[in-house]
Write a protein that binds this ligand. Structure first.
Ligand SMILES: [Fe+2]
Length: 172
């Protein structure tokens, strides 16, 4: 494998490894802040899913003889920070839930982009086993994103709008 491609692969894997481990730190707090039972459950499920995704990354790094730790994903730091700032500004309830879903979907899209790029690179290298492992994770990230949209549209957004409407009436 050419050195610069190996460098790119190393940096990309270490970046997403850092992103996933940061998310493991953030998800319990997001779960605590959520009011909707469905959303709490989704964050809890995604926490356990993320643990398995980190294990898969360990496995991929082992296959490719790459050290998984070494980078800090600044993008994930920023996404988590923005989510926390929003959470600080909003009271618990459906509007905060809508904000939490937005923050989580930005995270999922970052991960979808990262895994998609990695998979394409690994495909070109003929690293089929690593591709298979990361494709499983990519599928989970897409499913999580779709689930969050479903919770937003089916439950949280209508509740957030209803709450805001009743707040307006209270003010009259
Ligand atoms: Fe993930």
């Amino acid at each position: 494998m050419p050195d610069d491609i190996r460098d790119l692969l190393t940096i990309s894997l270490q970046d997403i490894y850092s992103a996933e481990t940061q998310l493991l730190q953030a998800l319990p707090e997001m779960q605590d802040s959520a009011s909707s039972k469905t959303l709490k459950q989704a964050f809890g499920d995604h926490f356990r899913m993320t643990e398995r995704q980190v294990e898969r990354l360990d496995e991929v790094c082992k296959l490719l003889e790459i050290e998984p730790e070494g980078e800090t994903c600044e993008a994930m730091q920023g996404l988590v920070e923005e989510g926390e700032e929003l959470a600080d500004e909003l009271d618990e309830g459906p509007v905060l839930d809508a904000a939490l879903i937005g923050a989580a979907q930005k995270v999922e899209h970052y991960e979808i982009a990262s895994y998609g790029t990695l998979i394409s690179l690994l495909k070109a290298m003929g690293e089929d086993k690593a591709v298979g492992l990361l494709a499983e994770t990519l599928k989970e990230e897409k499913e999580t994103d779709a689930l969050l949209t479903k919770i937003a549209e089916g439950e949280v957004n209508p509740a957030a709008i209803a709450e805001s409407d009743s707040d307006d009436e209270d003010e009259d």
